[in-house]
Design a binder for this molecule. Structure first.
Ligand code: SF4
Length: 478
């Protein structure tokens, strides 16, 4: 035994420190949680019970419950039942709460009933980071990722899924009925027990069909013709991996490129990022407190109206365009082969001809100008350009905004690398903290609260890494 590190005898009397505080080192992250919550004006943030009731049984102070949650999310303990257990046995939590151990229902109710206030706490930390001058570069990467909801794939129905499932059931019924017919024709081939079993199966499948028909009727009443049975707000969403998808939520983040802190986040149940750029950009502007903001985003965010809104708000959005033109796929000239001359309001085509303005039209609510050249029918390279009589070029009325963005993007070749390095690892970290089941709560407002707690925990950890625990505590108290 001498060659091993030996523990103490359990029956040995020990002089434990008499002060709980002695267990918690000066640079223990739990001290940051304690100081941060103590410095918040919980009443102003909208927490229920921030003022004690005059009558009735005394309640837990919201600060205590908020500390439990922030500690829990910092340490990957998100469930209220596990937090209840930890408050009884975890020395750090015992120190943090002053030996209070609320039951899991009190803990869970606090999170459910104070969603908005918890989201404001997350914003308060961003305000603190801003006051510490952490967002001085005003450069962010905006990105989105799909997070799983508490709703299995087979409890979500889209029109397509419902049709496929009904077809499957119809085929099953046909198979069972064929087996029953065979049994009728020649009873010796099928046992009586098997016949009973088949009859039961037919009944079960018919009941399932009825249920699906009922779901189909309900589905036709919803705006996006989709139903999720466990969490009604969750939606089926495609992910970047081909052919895969999740039933969940789309989490948007704007991450600061210098320190990788999450400046703004949002949870939506829209499957694509196309309508998110301007809203995320404006929220980030407000959070950083600057008019001058550069926002990098990937191709999924490329949408003219959103880029225009950013331009109008003074945001320098840099979003690459995906080149998915049909002409390019057919081996014909792409729109980029046509040069626009703003002074003359015309295009110069690859054959050197002038494609002049012809008319304007409204397509999908946007004003589009059309141009073409009279030289097309006699053009020697027409086969490379169009199969029609004339090659028509469409130009959105605000296309100049997109062209200006493209030229800014070309001057910043490192944009794609910065965007990837900034935004993507945040999602990786958050998902690994969340485990295989991402969200624990149902409904969009609750999921938003959960995400705010995760983002707050992430930002706290980052800030501790940047400053160190003791200087951060001093900065919070300053
Ligand atoms: S087909 Fe028309 S637009 Fe195309 S290269 Fe020839 S002249 Fe220009």
């Amino acid at each position: 035994m001498k060659r091993y590190v030996v523990g103490q005898d359990r029956s040995q009397s020990t002089l434990f420190p008499e002060v709980l505080d002695d267990y918690i080192a000066e640079d223990n992250p739990v001290r940051v949680v304690d100081v941060f919550v103590d410095e918040l004006d919980l009443k102003d943030l909208g927490f229920e019970g921030a003022e004690p009731e005059v009558t009735g049984r005394p309640a837990y102070h919201p600060g205590t419950l908020l500390k439990i949650y922030i500690y829990g999310y910092l340490n990957r303990i998100q469930s209220s039942r596990r937090l209840e257990r930890e408050t009884q046995r975890n020395v750090e939590l015992i120190w943090l709460t002053g030996r209070l151990a609320p039951d899991f229902k009190t803990i869970a109710d606090f999170r459910r009933d104070n969603g908005k206030a918890i989201r404001r706490v997350c914003r308060e930390f961003v305000v603190l980071c801003r006051s510490l001058n952490l967002f001085s570069d005003a450069l962010v990467a905006i990105d989105g990722s799909k997070f799983k909801a508490v709703n299995g794939r087979d409890r979500n129905f889209t029109k397509h899924k419902l049709k496929a499932r009904m077809q499957q059931l119809e085929e099953s019924i046909a198979r069972y009925l064929a087996d029953l017919d065979r049994a009728d024709r020649d009873p010796s081939t099928v046992t009586e027990a098997r016949v009973e079993h088949l009859k039961e199966k037919v009944e079960t499948v018919r009941a399932q069909m009825q249920r699906l028909k009922h779901l189909g009727e309900q589905m036709s009443q919803t705006p996006d013709e989709q139903i999720s049975l466990t969490d009604p707000d969750a939606r089926s969403m495609a992910t970047s991996a081909r052919g895969s998808g999740v039933v969940g939520y789309n989490v948007q983040t704007a991450v600061d490129a210098k320190h990788h802190l999450v400046v703004t986040h949002e949870v939506t149940n829209q499957g694509t990022d196309r309508a998110q750029l301007a809203s995320m950009g404006k929220q980030t502007q407000a959070a950083i407190g600057t008019e001058k903001l550069t926002a990098l985003a990937d191709r999924g965010y490329y949408a003219g109206p959103e880029i225009l809104k950013c331009e109008q708000a003074g945001i320098n959005a840099l979003v690459p365009k995906s080149h998915t033109s049909n002409n390019l796929a057919k081996g014909q000239f792409d729109k980029r082969d046509f040069r626009y001359n703003a002074a003359a309001d015309e295009y110069r085509c690859p054959a050197g001809q002038r494609a002049i303005w012809r008319f304007k039209t409204i397509e999908n609510g946007q004003t589009i100008h059309k141009y073409w050249s009279s030289a097309c029918p006699r053009c020697p390279i027409k086969a490379q350009c169009t199969t029609g009589d004339y090659r028509r070029i469409a130009r959105w009325e605000h296309e100049a905004v997109l062209e200006a963005m493209q030229s800014r993007l070309e001057k910043m070749p490192e944009a794609a690398r910065i965007r990837r390095q900034t935004a993507e690892h945040v999602f990786g970290t958050l998902k690994s903290w969340m485990g295989s089941t991402h969200f624990l709560m149902k409904r969009l407002p609750n999921v938003r609260t959960e995400m705010s707690l995760h983002v707050l925990a992430y930002n706290l950890k980052r800030a501790m890494q940047i400053f160190g625990v003791v200087p951060l505590i001093k900065a919070i108290q300053a």
